[in-house]
Write a protein that binds this ligand. Structure first.
Ligand SMILES: C[S@@+](CC[C@H](N)C(=O)[O-])C[C@H]1O[C@@H](n2cnc3c(N)ncnc32)[C@H](O)[C@@H]1O
Length: 150
């Protein structure tokens, strides 16, 4: 499967730079964590207890880790193209004791390395505007998402 190197994406100049990426992670951690808490509230409100969850453009991992913490049964995957952010997210998962249920993988939002209908919940925060082909990213979201059961 074709994978776009991060530096070839539209905003890749930010996320190919380790220092800028680490700085981004530091400044967005609290907001990203809060977004995960809010996603969890929305899922609870709909009485959804997700099995497999995918976060596309997972960045520093804070959003997905907050969500993982709220759903003890969930198995969560975050994908991103930025190695610095993937490393930060993996470290946080380990520090929070969530590394058995959440993993962070290098993958392109527009060419996801997952089977059709393999996730119960797919979300993405602040990433669609960054990919070169947002329509393809949305079509990948739809492809890997299971059909709603109701
Ligand atoms: C603005 S950040 C948002 C990160 C995180 N979702 C948050 O809310 O803090 C966008 C993220 O998308 C990632 N990204 C950009 N293009 C991507 C692509 N084609 N596939 C996967 N991730 C990508 C970047 O590396 C970055 O981590």
């Amino acid at each position: 499967m074709k994978r776009t190197p991060i530096h070839e994406t539209r905003f890749g100049w930010i996320f190919q730079d380790a220092e800028l990426s680490a700085d981004y992670a530091k400044h967005h951690a609290a907001g990203a964590h809060k977004a995960g808490e809010q996603f969890a509230i929305l899922l609870n409100r709909e009485n959804r207890t997700p099995g497999r969850v995918l976060d596309i453009g997972s960045g520093s991992g804070d959003t997905l880790l907050a969500l993982t913490g709220r759903f003890p049964e969930a198995e969560c995957v975050g994908v991103d193209l930025c190695q610095t952010l993937l490393d930060i997210a993996r470290r946080k998962a380990f520090e929070q004791g969530l590394n058995s249920r959440v993993r962070f993988e290098e993958a392109d939002a527009t060419a996801l390395p997952f089977d059709d209908a393999s996730f119960d919940v797919v979300f993405s925060q602040d990433t669609l505007h960054m990919v070169d082909d947002p329509v393809r990213m949305l079509s990948e979201c739809a492809r890997v998402l299971k059909a709603a059961s109701r």
